[in-house]
Design a protein around this ligand. Structure first.
Ligand SMILES: NC(=O)C1=CN([C@@H]2O[C@H](COP(=O)(O)OP(=O)(O)OC[C@H]3O[C@@H](n4cnc5c(N)ncnc54)[C@H](OP(=O)(O)O)[C@@H]3O)[C@@H](O)[C@H]2O)C=CC1
Ligand SMILES: CC(C)(CO)C(=O)C(=O)O
Length: 312
C-alpha cells in the first residue's frame, strides 16, 4: 500500500516507521525544513522501545510537493492548527480513490477535511499510541497503543474494516468503531485532562495521577465534556470514561509520557491545540447554554502560559 504521512512529527514518524517496517511504501510529508532535511540526509532515527534504529524513507517538504504518484492512503498527523494548510498542500497526492485517515487529537476536524475531500474517502479516528520528537529527524517511541477508526461516507464500512486490518498488520492495533464520535469524545476527555494539567503542573501523567486532587478534577472535566457531547447526540458513560482516562496514570504503560501539549508548550514554546480540546467544549457550552467552568479556566490558563512563554 502506498501511504503518505501528512505531518511527520512525533506521531507521523511513529506511524511512518511502523507502516514501513510492516512492508508498506511510505512517504513522509512535513513543513519543518530542518526535520525534512535531517531525514533526507541521515534517515529517520528513532529510539524504538529502547533500541536505536534508522529508517530510510522518502520525505517531502510540504511546500515543495509537485505532481507525484497518488497515494492509496494519506494519514493526517499535523497539529490541529496546521490541518487546513496541509490539506491544501497535499492536493497533488490525492486521487478520487485515495483514502484520508485523520487521527489528530481534538473535536470537529471533519468540518475542515470535508472542504477538500469527498465524504466517501474520509475516515476518522483517534489513537492511544504516544511519541516524542527529540530533535530534527529524531523521535523517541515507547509503550503500546491502539487506533479506533470509522468511515464517514455511506457504504464504506467494509473499507474502514479493511483499513483497520491493514494498520494492524503493521502492529498498530487498529479496530473499527461503530460509534467513532463517542470514541473521539472519549479520547478528547483524556486530552482535556492530561494535556492541559500536565502542562500547567509541569508533570508527566503518572505524577499528576499520584496527586490527591487528580480524581476529582478528572471527574469534573469529564462531566463537562459529557454534558456538551449529549447535546450532539453522544451519550458518554462517564464512569467508564473516567476509568479510561485514569488508565493513563500507570507508569508501567504510558504514565511516564509527557503529553503532546507539554512537548509543544513547555519543551518547545509552541502554540497548543487547547482551542480544539477544552476550548471547543467551552465554545460549545456557551452555544448550548451549559456551564463549563473547568474547561473555561483550563483553556485560559494554557493561553496565559502560551503568552508567558512567548509561544509561536
Ligand atoms: N505526541 C503524542 O504522543 C500524541 C499526539 N497526538 C496528536 O497527533 C497530532 C500530531 O502530534 P505530534 O506528532 O505530537 O506533533 P509534533 O509537534 O511532533 O509535530 C507536528 C508538526 O509541528 C511542527 N513542529 C513540531 N515541533 C517543532 C519544532 N521543535 N520546531 C519546528 N516545528 C516543529 C512540524 O511541522 P511544521 O513545521 O509544519 O509546523 C511538525 O510536523 C496532534 O493532533 C496531537 O495532538 C495523538 C496522540 C499522542
Ligand atoms: C498520549 C496522550 C493520550 C496523552 O494525553 C495524547 O494523546 C497526547 O500526548 O496528546
Amino acid at each position: 500500500m502506498k501511504v503518505i504521512i501528512a505531518g511527520a512529527g512525533a506521531m507521523g514518524s511513529r506511524f511512518g516507521i511502523m507502516l514501513h517496517r510492516g512492508g508498506n511504501d511510505v512517504t513522509l510529508v512535513d513543513g519543518w525544513a530542518d526535520h525534512v532535511n535531517a531525514i533526507k540526509e541521515h534517515g529517520l532515527k528513532a529510539n524504538f522501545n529502547g533500541e536505536d534504529i534508522t529508517v530510510k524513507v522518502p520525505v517531502m517538504l510540504q511546500s515543495q510537493i509537485k505532481s507525484s504518484e497518488k497515494a492509496d492512503l494519506i494519514i493526517l498527523f499535523t497539529k490541529s492548527m496546521q490541518l487546513d494548510k496541509m490539506l491544501q498542500d497535499i492536493k497533488p497526492l490525492i486521487s478520487d480513490q485515495t483514502k484520508i485517515l485523520c487521527l489528530l487529537n481534538g473535536i470537529g476536524h471533519e468540518d475542515t477535511i470535508e472542504k477538500y475531500i469527498p465524504m466517501k474517502n474520509i475516515f476518522i479516528g483517534n489513537t492511544m499510541w504516544t511519541a516524542g520528537l527529540v530533535g530534527p529527524g529524531q523521535v523517541k517511541l515507547f509503550g503500546n497503543g491502539s487506533v479506533e477508526l470509522q468511515n464517514l461516507g455511506k457504504d464504506q464500512e467494509n473499507a474502514a474494516k479493511d483499513l483497520a486490518a491493514a494498520l494492524s498488520e503493521s502492529g498498530l492495533n487498529a479496530k473499527y468503531s461503530d460509534n467513532i464520535h463517542y470514541s473521539i469524545y472519549r479520547k478528547a476527555c483524556v486530552n482535556g485532562t492530561m494535556n492541559c494539567l500536565c502542562s500547567i503542573l509541569d508533570v508527566n501523567m503518572a505524577e499528576f495521577g499520584a496527586t490527591k486532587s487528580a480524581h476529582d478534577i478528572v471527574v469534573t472535566v469529564v462531566n463537562e465534556f459529557a454534558a456538551v457531547a449529549k447535546h450532539e447526540g453522544v451519550n458518554l458513560d462517564t464512569a467508564e470514561v473516567v476509568e479510561h482516562v485514569e488508565s493513563c496514570f500507570d507508569p508501567e504503560t504510558i504514565g511516564k509520557h509527557y503529553p503532546s501539549m507539554y512537548q509543544d508548550l513547555i519543551n518547545n514554546h509552541r502554540l497548543t491545540e487547547i482551542d480544539y480540546i477544552n476550548g471547543a467544549v467551552s465554545r460549545k457550552g456557551k452555544k448550548y447554554n451549559i456551564a463549563t467552568p473547568y474547561c473555561d479556566l483550563l483553556t485560559q490558563l494554557i493561553h496565559c502560559k502560551e503568552d508567558i512563554l512567548g509561544a509561536k
